[in-house]
Write a protein that binds this ligand. Sequence first.
Ligand SMILES: [Zn+2]
Length: 435
Amino acid sequence: MIIDKVRIFDGTAMLGPGAVEFADGVITRVLTEPAAASDAPAPASASASASASAEVIDGTGLTLLPGLIDAHTHVFGAESNLELALAFGVTTELDMFMGPPELTQALCTAAGERADLADMRSSGLVASAPGGHPGHAMPLLPTVAGPDEADAFVAARQAEGAHFIKIIVDDGANHGMSLPALDRATVTALADAAHRRGLLTVAHVSAGWSARLALDSGVDMLTHLPLEAALDDAFVSRTADGKRVAIPTLAMLEASAPETPSRSRTGRALADDPRVVGYLPDHARTAIAEGHEGLCVEKESSEHHFTHALASVARLHRAGVPVLAGTDTNYRPDRACPVVHGASLHTELALLVEAGLTPAEALTAATSAPAAHFGLSDRGLIAPGRRADLVLVEGDPTQDITHTRSIEAIWRGGVRFDREAYRERTASGTGGTRA
Ligand SMILES: [Zn+2]
């Protein structure tokens, strides 16, 4: 397969126009015009006509992107969520809490093999304090009572196939509760144990105090951002100096924060976007249009503002902290959540641009950056040898980030996803509802 005369965003920058060829699931050639080629010696022509036997798509007016990676999702064991993700160009999801372990392993295996689902990696079960969030509602969830239980906890998750370790630092205050939380010594022991075993750590942080605790404990990545205040300069520069990574989950924070008259929700606009609605199950569209995520029950709390999260992203980005696109989608067929798999990554991209990233930087945050920071060295770039996870869109999303919604074609591992068949199943009310 050759996509010719197409703008190429390779995961870091706009190349091209040029041609991309792939075969057997792998990108084999990337040809760009001599004027646009930066390093490699340019071929005499961007025309791919030499490969006469391959099928050729005319990419005039279109842009080819690496498959999108959502760096914070919740799949909940539902294949339908991975199918919904793929229908919006998300070819890989990084799941941040799923169980039981046998189900997580089975779904990761299926997602690795099936071309009709987004691929996935998962943390499996999360580390949290006894009686804390989220274990207070899940009595069977293993917890970590102190530093001396950290290594056994990490070893058990590794044995279950966890791809990284997720650590919850949350006292339940956003839910109007007061719950025990992991302390600094325990989080430090978890991070140390994970690093000894070659695993990355991701900390769920609920507020400023928990973000500081995670940073002080040596956790690699922080996910979510405080809503009660923007991160201050001292915190941001320590995060940059410590080579940490942020996964802000703006899509979820926007849906969770109290709504203000001065700013309408970017995520809600998906429900009216003709490029999006036809591919959404009815219950997802309704959830987007009406829904409010229950992260913050104290809606009247005057200091909780989504604009604080936007300001924090701007500061982190300016300081050089890698920011990854992650939605924290909690959607599942039996639980309406306005942050929907796949579609909401396009909201996250728009919110990252609102926070101050350029559209190209936002696209990097959803392609090469998560691949690099999560060790997914086979994807995230349009380059020879990488997986043919590709999204073809109309227009130029480095000029207008919402052009990522104008999807013409999606390939996962070189196999084209039948988006029209998905739309027909979805429109008939049978798509996206199977678990
Ligand atoms: Zn989450």
